[in-house]
Design a protein around this ligand. Structure first.
Ligand code: LLP
Length: 419
């Protein structure tokens, strides 16, 4: 997280002191570094150099329009999983020819919207979806380009909630079924099968399973080609892990080099490689800025009660995820405590039983590595307005999403006349 460092005014993001942002925008607030987004994107892009490739950004990791606009401007494509993400991707200016659409439950409206934008590929996850897509396409006089999302049945060695490529997972199609489906695809008139897709999970820090799954799926690409199908795209998915604490995650170069011979062999016969990373690009590009409201002791336990909670950053509560907590003014020593939010659940914590900055009431803290699956998983639980988001670029910064107002909380709610 080199774009967040201590300097003049305490913890800074690029050339801006976080305290200055908190002063003006309040807390809790997500802060994103433009330089960090760009560096991570370029690192991935360069790792694939020599191969015909496209790096997509998984919009679910961070769907803020300004973040998406920045990524589109670097040349990234977009990996989307809903009509809502398609809407955002189009508003942000992604080229539809760089948009791939995954997800096990795409509805007719979503399929039609994707075809309407002429996106590059639908990553189809079942025989039923393929049939549905064919019917929708025929009904609306459209055509669709398709990748089959294969389930390579490999354990990615990550948290169970974010493993997607094992046998019992709801995601993807087993390899043998994919072959059978590909045999039948010639019967369809409006869908064209031109790709193979896989995604085995997220926050993967071991090369072994990743490489194994790429090899397996590459085998399917070769098999389909040998059966005369023109497989123009091989999407190896996302999932590259980042360092939250002390994880030894492979670099993009190490990751690509581990499968380079396979990708080169496939590329030599004209297949383009796609990857769709979310966390690697945005995770360490963001922090959540929060203020300590109270200090509290309960028996032997010490608590820092902050103004950000599980509704703002769900990862610690949901996955017991570790996020480093830094003091913004850099003065505080460390003390064993929990950093908790104001939400009425015992599971509402940002850090537990940790040596945390010994912050005073009113002090600012930064919860690091919160650029991916932070705001995008935030909710209004406990009727808490969602935080503001700020993008920093050099010495400039801008609010890129206003803090929600109380009126936003009841937007769309109706008290019927019979009450
Ligand atoms: N492609 C597909 C089909 C996916 O399902 C995902 C993530 C990605 C790409 C991007 O994966 P990434 O590169 O970001 O690891 N909320 C969880 C992560 C859920 C990931 C879901 N799918 C978390 O906070 O850890």
């Amino acid at each position: 997280m080199e774009d967040f460092y201590y300097g003049e005014g305490g913890l800074r993001c690029e050339d801006v002191a976080l305290a200055e942002i908190a002063e003006s925008v309040g807390t809790p607030t997500y802060i994103y570094s433009h330089a960090a987004l760009e560096r991570a994107y370029r690192e991935l892009d360069e790792a694939f150099s020599g191969l015909d490739h496209m790096v997509c950004f998984a919009v679910k990791a961070n769907s803020n329009l300004a973040v998406l606009r920045a990524l589109a401007s670097f040349g990234a494509g977009a990996d989307i999983v809903s009509g809502g993400e398609l809407y955002r991707a189009m508003k942000a200016g992604f080229d539809p020819k760089k948009v791939v659409f995954a997800g096990v439950g795409k509805t007719e409206d979503e399929l039609v919207a994707g075809m309407g934008e002429r996106i590059l590929l639908f990553n189809v996850e079942s025989a039923s979806e393929l049939e549905h897509l064919e019917r929708c396409a025929a009904r609306h006089g459209k055509t669709a380009r398709v990748s089959l999302r294969v389930n390579p049945d490999v354990d990615p060695g990550t948290h169970a909630h974010i493993s997607t490529g094992q046998g019992e997972s709801k995601f993807g199609i087993p390899v043998d079924e994919a072959l059978a489906l590909a045999e039948r695809v010639g019967e369809y008139r409006c869908v064209e099968l031109i790709g193979v897709h896989q995604h085995i999970g997220s926050q993967i820090t071991k090369l072994g399973p990743y490489a194994e799954s790429v090899e397996k799926s590459a085998g399917l690409v070769e098999e389909l080609k040998s059966r005369g199908l023109d497989i123009k795209y091989f999407n190896i998915g996302g999932g590259l892990g980042i360092r939250y604490r002390d994880e030894e995650a492979p670099t993009p170069k190490e990751f690509v080099d581990a499968v380079r011979p396979t990708l080169e062999a496939i590329g030599a016969s004209g297949t383009k490689i796609i990857c769709e990373m979310g966390r690697y690009i945005a995770g360490n590009a963001g922090a959540l800025l929060t203020r300590v409201i109270y200090r509290k002791k309960s028996g032997a336990k010490s608590f820092l009660v902050a103004d950000a909670g599980m509704n703002d950053l769900l990862r610690p509560s949901l996955y017991d995820a570790y996020h480093e907590v830094r003091s913004v003014n850099d003065g505080a020593g460390a003390a064993l405590s929990d950093l908790v939010g104001p939400v009425c659940e015992s599971g509402d914590y940002l850090a537990r039983d940790r040596a945390l900055p010994d912050a005073a009431e009113g002090d600012l803290l930064a919860v690091m590595s919160a650029g991916a699956y932070g705001f995008s998983m935030a909710s209004n639980y406990n009727s808490r307005p969602r935080p503001a988001e700020v993008l920093v670029k050099g010495n400039r910064w801008s609010v890129v999403r206003e803090r929600e107002h109380l009126a936003d909380l009841i937007k769309g709610e109706i008290v019927p006349a019979f009450l």
